[in-house]
Ligand binder design. Structure first.
Ligand code: ADP
Length: 755
């Protein structure tokens, strides 16, 4: 039976068991939960510890960075301090430097207020209190004028201030010089900086101005001395030249007399030394004039071709001595009359052509003139002087244009000269706006050239005689020299001839008789000369007119016409002479042209071939007060077919001219009573009132100063020869104006004198 009041044991045990099971289950669950919680806890703890490690690392990095920054900061602070110190030092140095310099320095801000200025700048204001930082530039200008600190001359104060203010507004401010109250000078140099500040420099240029004033004074004193020197030289040159005329002239005449070899040597030495001395005097005179910039050009119309011809005529005797041919190749279509300084152009040509002849021992000297119309009616001329002479070594070519410079070698030392010619020539060409150049091959020859741009004188287009159209005329040129053949071929073909040419007389003899209308032959040829060729052509029945070209002096007497030559033409040959002769032969139609015909119109008046010794003598009037010079002149024309009348002064010359008009007048310039220029003006006035053509007048002058020749030509003279007179020059002049039909050389003694 169940025990009701008291639980039985099994129950109790079951309960206990159940309770224990439940407790075990709970324990198990709790222990699982604990395990889980433990696991989580340990995972969390691991995580935490990882984080702690990371954080610790980070903390470490931060700490080192903080330490770095701290270091850098100290460095930067030290740098800044150093930089500051340096800036202060630099500023102090700059300022000390600015204070030390004698020139003023100031800076204005963009509102034109003074920011800083050094003492020198402030000194300009002579201690004025109001000039201090902050004062404006317009106020400074006002004070400068009001206080009389600046000398503004006669300009109104307001105008001056306005001008000075306007100046600051320019982009590029020009420097300006101010004169101050204490006679000092400042030059203001202002520049606007990029930030708008104005930097102003006031340079003290008092010393420079004083120096300039001194220089000006010294220069004017030097110029006065130079003028005195020039006029001294001019007078000296006149004084030296007059007696030298006697010395050289007489020595020249003496050389022509019967002398022993020794005497001949002495006379030649006197003559050549005298001439050399005169060349030196002239060169030195010209050179000093160019150096003193006293040389001015005097443009006048002149005939270039004639000038070249005249220079060549003077060189002809020395060229002939060595058998050198002088040739002119003047561009066929180039005018001959230009406006330039005739005396100076002649001087340039004389130097270049003179050198070419001097330095050439055999061969030829060729003067080539070409040109083309340029701007403003000017002709662009190129003149070259080519020679087959000794040439110039390449390394010396630049050297020769310097003063007193010569190619100093064995070969060159044989030639006389001062070494001034080319230097003067160079300067003259530069003065005329031209250029000079040279090409040279040592041992082969030289070619000097220059360019000039010159206006042509009036309408001077060259017209050449032309053969009648449709007649198909032909001409034969015989010359051994290729250049000469070429020039002649060109000249004749311009006239309308069909031109053939031969190199020698024997080649010419192979041509068919009667196939030419004109034959032009050179005289001097190696195998057969021109006279012999003419004789042979005539004897085989040649009827064409024959022109003989010769460089030999004289006209061969009757020999030329005996050989059948129709006319002898002197080389170098002028275009106009060839044209005229051809026209006279009746093959071509002459064309009138003042540029080509000019003054030598009367020298050939047509008619038969030259006949030596025929015709009346040429009449010459010579005005010369000095008896020695009269004697020299008389002797120099002795042997020529001329009749000379002397006048002792200008008045007598005019009277003699009125009594009998001569063929040519030689006129001394300085004569008592009436000088040569005045006499010429009187003669030209008489001619102007008559229908007579002007008589050629050639001045004889002892003056050597530049400018004289222009004055001489301006008085109405056509030419001038400088003393001492040279026989060759006088003869060439006479030959140029020889009337047609009159032979130059008298067959017997036809020289007659009056007075
Ligand atoms: P100069 O002829 O009086 O000596 P220049 O000044 O005219 O003086 O010439 C200078 C030098 O140039 C001459 O001495 C000569 O050596 C050289 N020279 C000039 N022209 C020629 C030439 N045509 N051929 C060779 N040498 C020349």
């Amino acid at each position: 039976m169940p025990n009701i009041g008291k639980p039985d044991l099994s129950e109790m045990l079951a309960q206990e068991r159940r309770a224990r099971l439940a407790a075990e289950r709970l324990l198990d669950q709790k222990s699982r939960e604990l395990h889980n919680a433990n696991r989580k806890l340990s995972a969390h703890a691991r995580l935490l510890s990882d984080e702690i490690i990371v954080k610790r690392e980070e903390a470490k990095t931060f700490q080192s960075e903080a330490e770095n920054l701290k270091g850098e900061n100290t460095q930067v602070r030290a740098d800044l301090q150093r930089a500051n110190k340096q800036a202060v030092k630099a500023e102090r140095r700059l300022w000390e430097a600015l204070e030390t310099i004698q020139d003023g320095f100031a800076v204005f801000n963009p509102r034109n207020q003074l920011v800083i200025a050094n003492h020198s700048y402030m000194n300009i204001f002579d201690g004025l209190d109001s000039i201090r930082p902050g004062v404006t530039y317009p106020d400074i200008l006002l004070l400068l004028v009001e206080e009389g600190l600046v000398d503004i001359g006669f300009e109104a104060p307001t105008t001056w201030q306005a001008r000075m203010l306007a100046r600051w507004k320019h982009d590029k401010i020009e420097p300006i010089t101010l004169k101050l109250w204490d006679e000092s000078y400042v030059k203001l140099i202002d520049r606007r900086a990029r930030d708008g500040d104005m930097v102003s420099l006031a340079l003290n240029i008092t010393e420079t101005i004083r120096y300039e004033e001194q220089l000006k004074e010294q220069r004017s004193r030097a110029e006065a001395a130079n003028r005195a020197k020039s006029s001294f030289l001019a007078n000296m040159s006149h004084e030296i030249r007059t007696p030298m005329n006697g010395v050289v002239g007489m020595a020249d005449l003496l050389c022509d007399t019967d002398l022993s070899e020794e005497q001949q040597l002495y006379a030649e030495t006197i003559r050549s030394s005298g001439e050399t001395l005169l060349v030196i005097i002239n060169d030195v005179l010209d050179y000093s004039k160019i150096e003193a910039q006293k040389l001015s050009l005097n443009p006048a119309p002149f005939d270039l071709e004639r000038t070249i011809h005249e220079v060549l005529l003077l060189l002809k005797p020395s060229a002939q001595e060595r058998g050198i041919d002088l040739l002119i190749d003047f561009d066929m279509f180039l005018p001959t009359r230009f406006v330039g300084d005739p005396g100076r152009v002649r001087q340039i040509l004389t130097n270049l052509m003179g050198n070419a002849v001097k330095f050439t021992l055999e061969g030829h000297v060729l003067i080539r003139v070409t040109g083309f119309p340029g701007e403003n009616g000017n002709h662009e001329l190129r003149v070259t002087v080519e020679d087959t002479g000794i040439g110039i070594p390449a390394e010396k070519v630049d050297h020769i244009f310097g003063e007193f410079n010569q190619v100093d070698d064995e070969r060159n030392r044989r030639f006389e000269g001062t070494g001034l010619g080319l230097s003067i020539t160079c300067k003259l060409i530069a003065l005329m706006g031209g250029e000079i150049w040279v090409e040279s091959v040592e041992g082969e020859g030289s070619s000097f050239g220059f360019s000039l741009s010159l206006p042509t004188d009036e309408d001077t287009a060259v017209r050449v005689p032309s053969v009648e159209t449709g007649l198909n005329k032909s001409a034969l040129v015989v010359d051994d020299q290729q250049i000469n053949r070429m020039i002649l071929e060109r000249q004749l073909s311009v006239m309308g001839f069909q031109v053939s040419s031969c190199r020698s007389g024997s080649e010419a003899m192979t041509t068919k008789s009667g196939s030419f209308d004109l034959i032009v032959t050179d005289y001097k040829m190696p195998d057969m000369d021109g006279l012999e060729l003419s004789r042979r052509l005539r004897s085989r029945g040649e009827v064409a007119p024959i022109l003989l070209l010769s460089s030999a002096p004289g006209d061969f007497g009757t020999l030329a016409s005996d050989c059948g030559v129709n006319a002898v033409l002197q080389k170098p040959l002028l275009r106009r002479d060839l044209f005229r002769r051809v026209a006279e032969l009746g093959i071509a139609m002459p064309e009138q042209n003042p540029a080509v015909d000019g003054q030598s119109e009367k020298s050939t008046s047509g008619g038969p071939p030259d006949k030596a010794g025929s015709g009346p003598p040429m009449t010459i009037l010579a005005a010369e007060d000095n008896k020695t010079n009269q004697l020299v002149f008389r002797k120099m024309v002795g042997g020529l077919n001329v009749q000379v009348t002397f006048a002792n002064n200008g008045r007598e010359a005019v009277e003699a001219f009125q009594a009998a008009r001569p063929d040519i007048i030689f006129m001394d310039i300085s004569m008592p009573e009436m000088d040569g220029k005045e006499a010429t003006r009187a003669i030209r006035a008489i001619e102007a009132n008559s229908t007579l053509a002007n008589v050629p007048i050639c001045a004889l002058t002892a003056h050597a100063m530049a400018g004289d020749d222009e004055e001489i030509l301006a008085s109405g003279m056509d030419h001038y020869l400088t003393k001492p007179l040279r026989k060759a020059a006088i003869t060439a002049m006479i030959e140029q104006y020889l009337p047609g039909g009159v032979a130059l050389h008298a067959p017997a003694t036809t020289l007659s004198e009056e007075k």
